[in-house]
Design a protein around this ligand. Structure first.
Ligand SMILES: [Zn+2]
Length: 187
């Protein structure tokens, strides 16, 4: 067993995170960001210049897109590089990395669409989950474990909210693509 190594990690973790009044070393997680997604804003419409054809292409973002498109608006870009996503409020947990606790996003659930993707399935909004592999949260006493469980439960609720949003946004997108909208001409 790597017990001594784990103990060192525990010590590093406990030393790096100030004790909270509750005695919970994971007090950082006691007030996780609200999991509910922000209300979607009106989809943005903007245009870019197709780098291959030189055409100006009008594009309307996916509902609720949170991506900053400023590096694409009015610029010459490849169509395949244009995509939208919605990133929900993330849960961050202190995870041991190289012996030091570091804040990592956990189970972020993103809705993404790539309207000009070579893969047809990616032209409808789909979900992406950012998992965390081979990283450990260590030194959890019962209170600490309970805090992690509560945080993950909130995260799961946030993921459910993202699931509902995916169903809605996908339907809206499907209807949109069913309409004969001309987007700057054919390729
Ligand atoms: Zn967008």
């Amino acid at each position: 067993m790597q017990h001594s190594v784990i103990s060192q990690h525990v010590a590093a973790l406990l030393g790096a995170i100030p004790k909270q009044p509750t005695g919970n070393p994971y007090g950082l997680m006691a007030t996780p960001a609200p999991a509910a997604p922000k209300p979607p804003e009106k989809p943005r419409s903007w245009s870019f210049i197709d780098r291959v054809t030189g055409e100006t292409v009008q594009y309307t973002c996916m509902d609720g897109c949170t991506l900053d498109h400023s590096h694409e608006i009015g610029r010459r870009v490849f169509r395949e590089d244009v995509w939208c996503w919605f990133w929900d409020d993330s849960l961050k947990l202190p995870v041991i990395e190289n012996g030091e606790p570091e804040e990592f996003r956990v189970l972020s659930t993103v809705i993404k669409v790539e309207p000009w993707s070579n893969k047809v399935a990616e032209r409808l909004p789909y979900a992406v989950i950012e998992l965390l592999d081979d990283h450990f949260i260590e030194g959890l006493d019962p209170d600490g474990l309970e805090t992690v469980i509560n945080s993950l439960a909130e995260r799961v609720e946030g993921m459910r909210a993202t699931h509902r949003r995916l169903v809605e946004v996908r339907e809206e997108y499907r209807q949109r693509t069913a309409r004969p909208v001309r987007e700057g001409g054919d390729v």
